[in-house]
Structure formats: structure tokens, C-alpha cells
Design a protein around this ligand. Structure first.
Ligand code: GRF
Length: 220
């Protein structure tokens, strides 16, 4: 058989919870023209429902339970070993609820993507929907960014906005934001796998040009 001159990019997805973003990525990756394969799904939570979604899609899974390791370094070392075994081109954090060590993040610079439920740089960390409500924001949303040493602070590739209505609660905002996550994440992952999006020295590059502002899917 002829050797494939351009092997398809390999994605490894890390999860801790429900896996609705994982499911969106699985469905996107099944589209005929999607430019990548999901080669493995890993979790720090053995009971994460996301693992069942991966198994249902016949994607290999692994679990590295953080409670079994004495330090973040040891946990990250075990995670890195498993990642290296699968040799992915891109590692996609999809609701992965562990803070990664600086060394880990530096070693994978430009290969780690995260999705965060706010219009960064607003509201890093938790409870983003309630904080947007408390601030009286009219626009809220989701960001996809490269992971760097700064928590939720790496260069942003793209955002999707939602309008905040007078009747919205943290729960309704969470639902609206998640619906946008499921649209945005597969698009950005596609761009990365096509080589259109890369992490430059300080900024995101889109088609080789520095991106001065994140790309935005506006609220309708
Ligand atoms: C998403 O809201 C994402 O923004 C955040 O964690 C959540 C994961 O949800 N980082 P799911 O597990 O993909 O359903």
C-alpha cells in the first residue's frame, strides 16, 4: 500500500464532566471533510459521563485519577506520559477541571486549546454566568484560547457572544453559552488542524497573520 503523504492530524481530548463539548467534537469529526481524527479521550475523573460518550463512539479512553498522585507534578507527569503514547497534534481541553503545571503547559505550547464560558478576559475562573449577571452585562459568551501558564489567560482565538436578556438566570445563560460552545469549538479545532490557526511568539496567527482581536461570532 502506498504510504500516506500527509497523515491526518490527531486530536486528544481531556475531560472531567458531562462531555457535551466532546460530543459536539465527535459529531463534527464524523463529517466527511473534517480534517482530523480523535485518537483518545482522557479524564482525571473515572466516573465522568464524558468517558461513556467516548466509549460509545469507539474512541480509546484513559483515566489518570488526580487523587492517586501526591503532587500536581506527579499527576502531570503521568498525564504527559499517556499523551505522548498517543502522539497527538492537538490536545483539546473540554471541561477538564484541573489546573496544569507551568512545565506541562510550556512543553505543549501551541498544542493545547481550552474553552472557557465567558468573554475573556472577563471572568476567568468559576461562576462566570452569575458574575456576568451581577455585573449587568448585556453580552456574555464563550472563548476558545490557547493554554499558557496564565490561568484562562492565553491568547484567544475566537469568541461566540450571546445576548443577556432581562429574564436570564445563571442556568439559562449556561444553556445558551453551551449551545454556542458546541458550534464554536469544532470550528476552531478544525482551523488548528488545517494549520490556519497557530500560536505565534506572542499572538495567535490566522492564515499566517497576527490576530489582533479574537474572531467573533456575534449574538443574533
Ligand atoms: C463548558 O461549559 C466549558 O466552557 C467549561 O466546562 C464546561 C464543560 O462542559 N470549560 P461539557 O463537559 O463539555 O458538557
Amino acid at each position: 500500500m502506498k504510504a500516506d503523504p500527509s497523515p491526518r492530524p490527531k486530536i486528544l481530548i481531556l475531560v472531567s464532566g458531562e462531555g457535551s463539548n466532546l460530543q459536539a467534537l465527535i459529531e463534527a469529526s464524523r463529517e466527511r471533510d473534517y480534517p482530523a481524527d480523535i485518537v483518545a479521550v482522557g479524564s482525571n475523573q473515572a466516573k465522568a459521563p464524558a468517558l461513556a460518550k467516548a466509549a460509545h463512539a469507539n474512541i480509546p479512553t484513559f483515566v489518570i485519577e488526580h487523587g492517586r498522585y501526591g503532587s500536581r507534578d506527579e499527576f502531570d507527569g503521568a498525564l504527559m506520559q499517556e499523551i505522548r503514547r498517543h502522539n497527538p497534534d492537538l490536545i483539546v481541553l473540554a471541561g477538564f477541571m484541573r489546573i496544569l503545571t507551568e512545565g506541562f503547559v510550556r512543553a505543549l505550547r501551541g498544542q493545547l486549546l481550552n474553552i472557557h464560558p465567558s468573554l475573556l478576559p472577563k471572568y476567568t475562573g468559576l461562576n462566570t454566568h452569575q458574575r456576568a449577571l451581577n455585573a449587568g452585562d448585556k453580552l456574555h459568551g464563550v472563548s476558545v484560547h490557547f493554554v499558557t501558564e496564565e490561568l484562562d489567560g492565553g491568547p484567544i482565538v475566537a469568541q461566540a457572544q450571546i445576548a443577556v436578556g432581562a429574564d436570564d438566570s445563571a442556568e439559562t445563560l449556561a444553556q445558551k453559552v453551551q449551545a454556542q460552545e458546541h458550534v464554536l469549538y469544532p470550528i476552531v479545532v478544525r482551523w488548528c488542524c488545517e494549520g490556519r490557526v497557530q500560536l505565534g511568539a506572542e499572538q495567535v496567527l490566522f492564515d499566517g497573520q497576527a490576530l489582533h482581536q479574537p474572531l467573533v461570532l456575534p449574538a443574533n
